[in-house]
Design a protein around this ligand. Sequence first.
Ligand code: ZN
Ligand code: ZN
Length: 430
Amino acid sequence: MDNATLPSKCPGYNLYIDGFQALRRPQVLQTSKITHVVSVIDWKFPQGSAPLRGFQHLHIPLDDVYDSNILAYFPRSNAFIHQGLNYWPKTASDNARESGVLVHCAMGVSRSATIIIAYLMWISRQPKTISQPQTTSKSSSPSDSSTPEMVSLPPTPLTVDTALALLREARPQVEPNSGFIKQLRMYEAMGCPTTQEQLESHKIYRRWMNSRNVMDALSSNRAPEMADITFRDEEDDSDDDDNKLTKNLNNLDLSSPDSGITNPDISVSSPSDTTPLPSPEVELKCRKCRRLIAKSNFIIPHKPPPHRDPSADTSAEPCAHIFLHPLSWMKDTLAQGGLDGRLACPNPKCGANIGKFAWQGLRCSCGGWVTPGFGIVRGKVDQVRSAQSRARGAVAANNNGAGAAGGNLNDAVRLPPSMRRAASTNNGNL
Ligand SMILES: [Zn+2]
Ligand SMILES: [Zn+2]
């Protein structure tokens, strides 16, 4: 038999990867003890399709494109592959009855590899209890020969990169598309959930689905549905979780390479953006009425575009705007369904015009774009320490005569460079 026609076997498993051509040789599959087939391809298999006769079949109809949601299939494909690999209970006396799984797409490069990598990551996180092979030698102690000893092995979780490297040992040309790699990294960041419910209720997944829906709406020039907007101040997790998650997500660039999207709700700021977030203990308050507008952990850092003319040094000018995540006080405004509009102070007795929003993005005075943009005019708010922070005896910085509790903290609090200069400078153009 010509070896080139054999599907590639993933080391350590009876798990094979190939392109569509593998289905043309069902006898070869049977020789490899393949009992289960996963087809990751948008193709109509005729009922009782001849090549698949005699195999258990899972069909995942999906194109090999950046934004196909392959992540949603991982719980199903993992369960199917796992069942396939353990189809015949292994017994010492019946080694012949092995089972195996073939995962194929069109070329055996992107979709099928993604499904296998997800399985390898998931299975590597399951606690393993293996039975010591029964000794055939009569010389072993009697207690050993009667019952096989169960041994628990600690899981050694694979990462996307180590699982990919393992699969490439079998098939060097394996190369999931960049969108699939990002989804695999999300799956890893979530800890490789087993069930559909665990996956779909995970915060990372929900945020991602929301942002996909928002992008869908924007690409057809509609304002997003309220249900698809993630309001950061309504998420129930502790700060610790949130910080960890933000860090995880910041390591993933979920935006398409050319989208220029910087809002972490829609995508994620690029890993190269190392602008530190200001301390969560700083608050933005309406300059007119002192109503809390946002804590600084809801501020989205941004940068001027890299292609900016270096001779035009405007570094002395602070950004005129502070960009926020969508926050629950914006709901009434956003519910009106406009693609852009004014943001007013949420205090009904004040209602001062403090900024504007545009789902398609806002351009800051520094030239940087934030998309979607929820921009507060710097001069309409004061940056003050939170009450808890002051209570802990932090250095008060209200010696500038601003008169407001907490004062103006431009020098006392560590802020991103773009925020360091006086909030009093303001061109009011937003
Ligand atoms: Zn106000
Ligand atoms: Zn700016």
